[in-house]
Design a protein around this ligand. Structure first.
Ligand code: J2J
Length: 547
């Protein structure tokens, strides 16, 4: 396995293989097999492009050879930052085939995040759009190539640099006659997903071909995906939910059609659902709410939908109860994480289970514990931290030995940081979380990361970021600041964070200045008190200045 990753123990891996869960197939080889079976069916619809399985496989082959010709080798890391375009799928599979490892960045990431991901992964390449939603990604790539030592090539969708700099290659020129026999290995890392992050800087989640192929196969089976299904990728395609739960890969594995939407707005998605007769899609609760409001206005033809998966953040039961009557299709709640474990409600579950729980883990190999403060197992009905390990859950973040000691138990359970209980009939209910994260819409924002950036402002001496409930986004980001000399304005602070290259979605929505922070008996900032104060403007703020 790639240096810096934590493999599963040998006996565990052997058991996963014996059980037929890990089959030694790479994602690149699997696409080849699917293309042979479903050759002339439509694999992908993106904008005006419609491509068959055969064409997709051929494009992937040519691009893989093109990457190899541009010096990309097995084991090389490549930051992949593209919006929901067909090229995302082609690039990802081309890299899988070569055995190179894409790092799935968000299209909304800026200099701060891309620099960190490129440095941490040791990336040699960066795939990006020339421009997207008014942002100059090419300019960002110029900066990254200058600042990150190992980064030597940028592959640009929509053209090269235009100034003769041969480190910039147009993605269209990543093309060569196919060569057989790449050295990708199924037990090795296929790609990196990003953690929702509790630490100041995002961590990388290694996903192997074996583990991801298993996840996708299991979920596609559970959701009854067939060649008649049309999956709408409404959320960003690099999100684990969209990519493989069953998402893009699960749909391709069964001969269905993947339709990529530029954004999840009801305007855009309802047209695509009607035009392409979409049957399955996945959204976060915030998007579900917008869709419900739009659908209640009437006029949309959503009759083809059979299943809407909702996950990524808590789905309020009132919202959950409206899905089936208003959208006219089945709801599936999904509790998932890029780290692995997926829990879902099932076809055949009663209405109460679907509305009020996040279902059951998808694999017989998923081990789930709900524990109290001393890691003791709690009985059904009691809320504790959810720990998990299994055939598609990581054993360690990439190059994060110290963090891994805290994030995993000695016997390899991942501490999710989520608070959950198990109902007597075995369903999970997510009750909250221990981790210091704001879930804004579906976006995960590490409080520590934003605090670190806020603290670089010369007027800010202390910063504490907490979630505050929000009717539309579920939560927003609320920053408490101690600024003894003078107070910066919110636009001023936003501008400063912006200049530091922080992605837009991480900027605080609200800022409040206080004289001091409330402290726990152990002298740590008491974020529970701060979160309660953020939610209640009338609550007292007379926390004594620390002495
Ligand atoms: C409450 N919190 C939830 C839910 C995730 C499928 C679906 C979602 C993700 C995802 C994913 C939640 N109710 N239904 O990767 O494949 C919060 C938890 C969790 C964190 C993981 C998938 N579903 N969450 O959201 O890696 O706090 O993955 O630990 O982005 O989102 O975030 P992420």
């Amino acid at each position: 396995m790639l240096d810096g990753c934590t493999p599963w123990p040998a006996d565990t891996a052997a058991r996963y293989r014996r059980n037929g869960w890990w089959r030694g197939e790479t994602l690149g080889d699997l696409l080849r097999a699917w293309s042979t079976t479903y050759a002339d069916r439509t694999a992908l619809v993106a904008g005006p492009d419609r491509i068959t399985y055969r064409e997709l496989d051929a494009r992937v082959d040519r691009m893989a050879a093109g990457f190899a010709r541009h010096g990309i080798r097995a084991g090389d890391r490549v930051v992949l930052q593209l919006p929901n375009v067909g090229e995302f799928v082609v690039v990802a599979f081309a890299l899988f085939r070569v055995g190179a490892v894409p790092v799935f960045s968000l299209a909304s990431h800026r200099a701060s995040e891309i620099r960190h991901l490129a440095e941490l992964s040791g990336a040699v390449g960066y795939v990006l759009p020339r421009e997207h939603r008014g942002f100059d990604h090419l300019g960002l790539a110029r900066r990254m190539l200058a600042e990150v030592p190992g980064l030597r090539r940028a592959f640009v969708l929509g053209g090269g640099s235009g100034d003769g700099d041969d480190r910039f290659v147009s993605l269209a020129d990543v093309d060569a006659d196919p060569k057989p026999g790449y050295p990708a290995v199924a037990s090795d890392v296929a790609f990196f997903l990003l953690s929702g992050g509790t630490t100041a800087l995002p961590k990388l989640i290694p996903r192997t071909h074996d583990d991801y192929a298993y996840q996708v196969r299991t979920v596609a089976e559970l959701c009854g995906v067939s060649a008649d299904d049309v999956y709408l990728a409404a959320l960003p395609v690099e999100f684990n939910f969209t990519w493989g739960c069953p998402g893009v890969i699960g749909t391709l594995s069964r001969g269905g059609t993947v339709v990529l939407a530029e954004d999840p707005s009801p305007d855009r998605c309802f047209d695509l659902i009607a035009a392409e007769r979409v049957t399955v899609t996945s959204v976060v609760p915030t998007v579900a709410q917008l869709w419900l409001e739009a659908a209640e206005w009437g006029g949309a033809d959503l009759s083809s939908l059979r299943l809407v998966q909702i996950g990524g953040a808590k789905l309020p039961p009132e919202l959950a109860a409206r899905i089936e009557p208003v959208l006219g299709c089945r709801l599936q709640q999904v509790f998932g994480m890029a780290e692995g474990l997926l829990s879902m409600t099932r076809d055949g579950d009663d209405a109460h289970t679907v509305v009020h729980t996040q279902g059951r883990p998808v694999s017989a190999g998923d081990e789930v514990r709900i524990v109290g403060e001393r890691d003791e197992d709690l009985p059904p009905g009691q809320v504790g931290e959810l720990l998990t390990r299994g055939p598609y859950t990581l054993r360690g973040y990439y190059r994060a030995a110290e963090h891994n000691r805290r994030a995993f138990t000695a016997d390899g359970f991942y501490r999710t940081g989520d608070l959950a209980q198990r109902t007597p009939d075995g369903n999970l209910v997510i009750e909250g979380r221990l981790k210091d994260v704001v879930i804004r819409g579906g976006d995960k924002i590490s409080a520590g990361e934003v605090e670190g950036h806020l603290l670089t402002h010369p007027l800010v001496s202390r910063a504490a970021v907490v979630p505050v409930p929000d009717e539309y986004l579920g939560e927003r980001t609320y920053a408490f600041l101690v600024c003894p000399a003078q107070r910066p304005t919110l636009p001023d602070l936003k501008q400063a964070l912006h200049e530091r290259g922080l992605a837009e979605y991480k900027l605080p929505d609200r800022v409040e200045f206080v004289a001091a922070f409330p402290l726990t008996p152990l002298g740590k900032v008491d974020k529970k008190v701060l979160a309660a104060a953020a939610a209640d403007r009338a609550a007292p703020r007379d926390w004594a200045p620390a002495t």
